[in-house]
Design a protein around this ligand. Sequence first.
Ligand code: FAD
Length: 390
Amino acid sequence: MDFKFTAEQDKFRAEVRSFLESEIAGGLFKPMCDGWIQGFSPEFTKKLAQKGWIGLSWPKEFGGQGRSNIDRFILTEEILRYGAPAALHWFADRQIGRAIMHFGTDDQKKDMLPRILKGEAYVGLGMSEPEAGSDLASLQTRATDEGDHYLINGQKMWTSCARYMNFMYLVARTDPNAPKHRGISEFIIPIPLPGINIVPTIDITGAEAWGEVFFDNVKIPRTALIGEKNRGFYQIVNQLDFERSGMERLMGNYPLFDAIVKFSKETDRDGVPLCKDPIIRDKLAKLQVEFEVGRLLTYRVAYVIDGGKAPNKEAAMAKVYCTAFEQHLADIATRILGVYGQLQGSSRLAPISGMASHSFLGSMGYSLQAGTSEILQNVIATRGLGLPEA
Ligand SMILES: Cc1cc2nc3c(=O)[nH]c(=O)nc-3n(C[C@H](O)[C@H](O)[C@H](O)COP(=O)(O)OP(=O)(O)OC[C@H]3O[C@@H](n4cnc5c(N)ncnc54)[C@H](O)[C@@H]3O)c2cc1C
């Protein structure tokens, strides 16, 4: 592994930083925690698209820039560092566009990929259900083949981007009689459609970034099917590494890290700056070490993808480690801030805009979403260490 970035990559990072700083200065956005998943800004998404920064690592034949995944991780690292509102395009750019490139029909590629690249397709992720999370193959939402169309009935939950999506990536059962892994298919459908009801989920932080989606005899065209019917479960595996392993698993709360270091330099307690307190110094220094380890684990994933391999165990290791770092960061920040740190951003007394309490609550879900830490530790045990299935 080469620990150095190339001169072009350093230049690219500087270009991204300068763009983001000028957008903040111009008032387009304020840095926020969880911007990649809770920050919905059509203007920001459009601006990134105009710069060619959506689909950066997609092959040129599909309209992407054909850049490396290391380059894409540099871009996303900076977007996260500045807490930019990138949720509208994140999922399509990260994984659904790739699913369509790999398995989609020519018509789907011609229709969907340009929409994603232009920052116009806001795709929500419809996999989990009330009784299907870790064991996704247990899903019950049905897509019944009616000849010229499919009829969808069932329910999804934790669908990201649910309130804003104009397309939904949907996984549904197309053969109820087959063994559970072999009767599932992937679809991409426009939203809204008659028979779809979306109920926002108000999460522990008070955000409405997800939703439950109910399907009541929803008619979708056959052309919505991605890839091979009943092979969906095997196709999904291809995108999960991308879902799990990006910089967002390490840096979703980066604005908090920045802010708490600044706070400890600028705030006195009993006439002494917090940053001179040996316990606080020790905690911040340990966080910095953890951050650097997580960063290396994450870049390693990009390196493996660029080498043409599937980063199963690398993605699992990165996500388990990085989400634990994020939870640790929120915990330490809350302790440094003391009781006021528990106030939410809506309170004028909340230090650092309530970022600590938001992150403390929000980061609880980090080790659940996109594969729980326990499930990923099973992946590390089997694919990393060669241990038998439990
Ligand atoms: C904030 C948030 C955002 C999400 N976003 C999305 C989204 O955009 N789209 C989407 O489709 N889904 C999303 N999800 C759903 C997420 O993928 C599931 O919550 C996750 O897969 C776990 O499933 P579950 O909640 O049903 O828990 P369960 O699978 O019921 O697990 C419960 C507990 O049992 C443990 N467990 C389960 N099986 C095993 C096993 N074999 N070995 C060891 N331990 C096990 C788990 O680790 C967990 O601790 C999101 C969830 C959250 C919290």
